[in-house]
Each structure stands twice: as structure tokens, then as C-alpha cells.
Design a protein around this ligand. Structure first.
Ligand code: FPP
Length: 232
């Protein structure tokens, strides 16, 4: 559990980037144009988070449920991911950020997995912000994965701490703040375990329109809240 004090900057911000499709539709553009514009918003947000002193930024890039989208859209998203991973690997050296990925490897394409492995290894020793891409991620799958690992260890009874140790990244602190864009107000199988005490911030802004100012607005809203963790 985070011990962040009110008025402080959250250590970990997690974002459900939603609304790319609607952004494109409003402009009579193909959905891929929305995803491309969404990738630019990712860059802006990454910079804003670094500037604000956020230590961990988790972005929901592709869920385990997204495979039911048309193949053409999936292929476009995977291509965009490959390009983005290439770019980040280069920029990570300059900006000192570290890349982590949370999610199941299967059935991600081999090319994407290679780029992930390369980027994760190349940035492992960096000491700046950790960008955690939730990719082929589902929170129920993450919890199930942890339970299966504990069963494989022969455990017959477990504690929350045991389970925490087998999440995709046991060292990832719980997000103090979870943002969702586009006016939707759901968690959609995102960080169910880690969100136990998270503050939520919903904005009608569509993800491709998300800016540094919007990010800072969310941080200010978080700072204005009082976190009680079940106490008074
Ligand atoms: C939700 O919009 C967004 C996604 C399913 C994918 C998120 C992907 C990006 C922001 C693009 C690039 C990201 C990286 C890390 C390279 P939606 O398509 O569900 O929008 P809609 O609800 O308006 O249809």
C-alpha cells in the first residue's frame, strides 16, 4: 500500500487510454489515425510524467480482450507498437527511462516480443521513470498467473504478500492514481489487485487530445483528495 501523503505527487500513475476510435470517427478518419494520434499523446504524457516527478507510469496499451477487434486494426496496433518500442529504446538512453511490460507473451507476434525483450534489456539499468506498458494485459489473468505460480511452488495456503510476489512486477508500487479518458468510468480488467486503494480520475477528453495540462489537472485533483486507507 502506498504511504504517499496528501498534496504530494503520486509515485505511480496508471492510465486507461480510451477514445482513439471516437477521435478518428469525429474526423471521418480511419481508426488507425486515432491510434497514431494516441501514440503522440503517449509521448506527451511520458514527458509530463517525467517532469512532474512521477516514478512509475503504467499505460494500458492492449488488453487481453482486444484480440476480438478486426485483424486489420490489431495488425495496425502491433505495427505502431513496434515503431514506438524502437523509438523508446533510442530515447530511453537519452531520457534515462526504464521500460517494463506487464502481460502475457502469448499470442503476441514474435517481432513485437523481440522488440520488447530488446527494449527491456537495453533500459534495465536506467534509473529514471519506469514506463510499464500493459500489453496483452488482463488483471484476472495476472492474478490467475500468480495463483498458478504459487500452486507450482506447492503452496496450499497463501497470504496477500505471497500473491503480490508473483504479480508480473512484484516491485511495482500500487498506483495512487488511475486515470481513464473518454468519459468511460470502468476499470475494464485493469490492475484489479493493485487498485485496492487507488484514487480514480475520469475525464471526457479523448486520449489523442490528452495533453500535459490534462495530466497536471489529474495530479492536482489527486492532491486535493484525502486518502484514509480504511481509517478515519
Ligand atoms: C482505446 O481506444 C485505445 C486502445 C485500444 C489502444 C491504446 C493504444 C494507443 C494509445 C496507441 C499507441 C500506444 C502505444 C503504447 C504505442 P479505442 O480504440 O477503444 O477507442 P474507442 O473506444 O473510441 O473506439
Amino acid at each position: 500500500m502506498s504511504e504517499n501523503l496528501p498534496n504530494s505527487t503520486p509515485r505511480h500513475v496508471a492510465i486507461i487510454m480510451d477514445g482513439n476510435g471516437r477521435w478518428a470517427k469525429e474526423r471521418l478518419l480511419p481508426r488507425q489515425a486515432g491510434h497514431n494520434a494516441g501514440a503522440k499523446a503517449v509521448e506527451r504524457t511520458l514527458q509530463a510524467a517525467q517532469k512532474a516527478g512521477v516514478e512509475f507510469l503504467t499505460l494500458y496499451a492492449f488488453s487481453t480482450e482486444n484480440w476480438i477487434r478486426p485483424q486489420e486494426e490489431i495488425d495496425g496496433l502491433m505495427k505502431l507498437l513496434e515503431q514506438t518500442l524502437d523509438k523508446y529504446t533510442k530515447e530511453a538512453e537519452k531520457n534515462n527511462f526504464r521500460l517494463w511490460v506487464s502481460g502475457e507473451r502469448e499470442p503476441l507476434p514474435a517481432r513485437v516480443l523481440e522488440k520488447i525483450d530488446y527494449a527491456v534489456n537495453a533500459t534495465a539499468e536506467n534509473t529514471g521513470l519506469t514506463l510499464n506498458l500493459a500489453l496483452n494485459y488482463g488483471a484476472r489473468q495476472e492474478i490467475t498467473h500468480a495463483v498458478n505460480a504459487l500452486i507450482a511452488e506447492g503452496k496450499t495456503s497463501v497470504t496477500p504478500e505471497d500473491l503480490q510476489k508473483h504479480l508480473y512486477h512484484s516491485a511495482l508500487p500500487d498506483p495512487e492514481l488511475i486515470i481513464r479518458t473518454s468519459g468511460e468510468e470502468r476499470l475494464s480488467n485493469f490492475l484489479l489487485w493493485q487498485a485496492a486503494y487507488s484514487e480514480f480520475y475520469f475525464t471526457p477528453v479523448l486520449w489523442p487530445d490528452f495533453t500535459e495540462a490534462e495530466f497536471n489537472k489529474a495530479l492536482d485533483a489527486y492532491r486535493a483528495r484525502t486518502r484514509r486507507f480504511g481509517g478515519l
